[in-house]
Design a binder for this molecule. Structure first.
Ligand code: AMP
Ligand code: GLY
Length: 421
């Protein structure tokens, strides 16, 4: 089989790594890929949002399966486009990807079908949004409706902050078109957990649980990032919690999307808050998480190509998906200045030495320059390790991290610690 993976981050490196282990795969292309992916796949210089060029490439190379990493091509309708030409592609259609593309859509869906989530209102008028603050209370959360690369969520501790956030989004267009509407939401407390699930429009099968670390600094301090590390499993996600989440969130959402004629196929990612009154959905994504994927896929025993073909062909119910008992931890290494800015072009050393310690070094923002691997983005590497438990996986992952060096690198030293408390 010939497989095309779309995207260029650590998530896509993990996808290429796992797909490449399938005996069914003869050749993997990745558009556009990165320096690590280039060791396993042929990288082609087509951006993930260039739908027509990607289609032309897939037709020319007679690609048997395309796997979409990031959300933007999904919300632009890449799945609809490829399917219209008879190509197999893993991911939701444009109508189904709306569950990530519009927070107002996903909140309204949850309200209509009684899927547990924070109390909310959606507004296009500033006065109405501000008036709702009295109802929802302070602290609250103000969110831009559309895609904002994880930056469109503002936690507001005071009335003044909440009013400013509403104005930033609706009047000052801080998030562009993504902020034509705001969602104002009740503030939830608890621990967060990410549940990624395979779905084929009928059946939904959760993967092992994971927890992300969104803040830049140790102890969950500083700015939000795309994610500074992850571990799997999340011990707080118990069998009891799973017994609530599967029917009330995952199965309910797949059924709701069918009712709305937006059948969902691909990865349904539920970002959950485990509150004192039960699990509630913070957001849905329509794709694999980054860096959760770099912690979850190393634990997958089953052939990922078999699972993805079963999803695309609507046969997921037949699949027996097996996971390793071992735990996994992934530590993200980022450029100086991230998440506000990021340096590029710093030479990276120690990647092979880290791999020799038994870690898997997934590349995110890297490229090759004059025979050397250099930094090329905010998140640079994700160093993953398996261990008999989280503590062992933490130790191994950091043994790998210590081998790696580039100027002004930053990484958290407490990834996974929450799981040990
Ligand atoms: P989202 O993109 O909607 O998941 O929001 C990003 C982050 O903001 C989440 O991972 C949470 O840490 C936080 N967040 C979002 N919504 C809420 C909420 N209603 N209550 C508390 N924190 C929230
Ligand atoms: N790790 C958060 C995300 O992928 O959206």
């Amino acid at each position: 089989m010939k497989v095309l993976v779309i995207g260029s981050g650590g998530r896509e490196h993990a996808l290429v790594w796992k797909l490449g282990q399938s005996a069914k795969v003869d050749k993997i292309y990745c558009a556009p890929g990165n320096a690590g992916i280039a060791e396993l796949a042929e990288c082609v210089a087509i951006g993930a949002e260039k739908l027509d060029e990607l289609l032309a490439f897939a037709l020319e190379k007679e690609i048997d399966l395309t796997v979409v990493g990031p959300e933007v091509p999904l919300t632009l309708g890449i799945v609809d486009l490829f399917q219209s030409k008879g190509l197999k592609i893993f991911g939701p259609t444009k109508a189904a990807a709306e569950i990530e593309g519009s927070k107002a859509f996903s909140k309204d869906l949850m309200a209509k079908y009684n899927i547990p989530t924070a109390k909310y209102g959606t507004f296009t008028a500033v006065d109405e949004a501000k008036a709702y603050l009295a109802e929802v209370g302070i602290p609250c959360v103000v969110k831009a409706d559309g895609l904002a690369a994880g930056k469109g969520v503002l936690i507001c501790e005071t009335q003044a902050e909440a009013e400013a956030a509403i104005e930033d989004i609706l009047i000052d267009n801080k998030f562009g078109d993504a902020g034509c509407r705001v969602v104002v939401e009740e503030f939830l407390t608890g621990q967060e957990v990410s549940i990624l699930a395979f779905a084929d429009g009928k059946t939904v099968v959760p993967m092992v649980s994971a927890q992300d670390h969104k803040r830049i600094f140790d102890g969950d301090q500083g700015l939000n990032t795309g994610g500074m590390g992850a571990y799997s499993p999340a011990p707080i996600y118990t069998e009891e919690v799973n017994a609530i989440v599967v029917p009330q969130v995952l199965e309910a959402t797949i059924a709701a999307m069918n009712e709305e004629n937006r059948s969902f196929s691909g990865i349904l990612y539920a970002g959950l808050m485990l509150t004192p009154t039960g699990p509630k959905v913070l957001e849905f994504n329509a794709r694999f998480g980054d860096p959760e994927t770099q912690a979850v896929l190393p634990r997958l025993e089953t052939d990922l190509v078999d699972i993805m073909l079963a999803v695309v062909e609507g046969r997921l119910a037949e699949m027996d998906i097996v996971w390793k008992e071992e735990a996994a931890v992934t530590v993200v290494m980022a450029s100086g200045g991230y998440p506000e800015t990021s340096e590029k072009g710093q030479v990276i050393t120690g990647i092979e030495e880290a791999a020799a310690k038994g870690t898997i070094v997934f590349h995110a923002g890297t490229k090759e320059s004059d025979g050397k691997i250099v930094t090329n983005g905010g998140r640079v590497l994700a160093v993953s390790a398996l261990g008999e438990n989280i503590a062992a996986a933490i130790e191994k992952a950091y043994e790998g991290v210590k081998e790696i060096s580039f100027a002004n690198m930053q990484y958290r030293t407490d990834i996974g610690k929450k799981a040990l408390m």
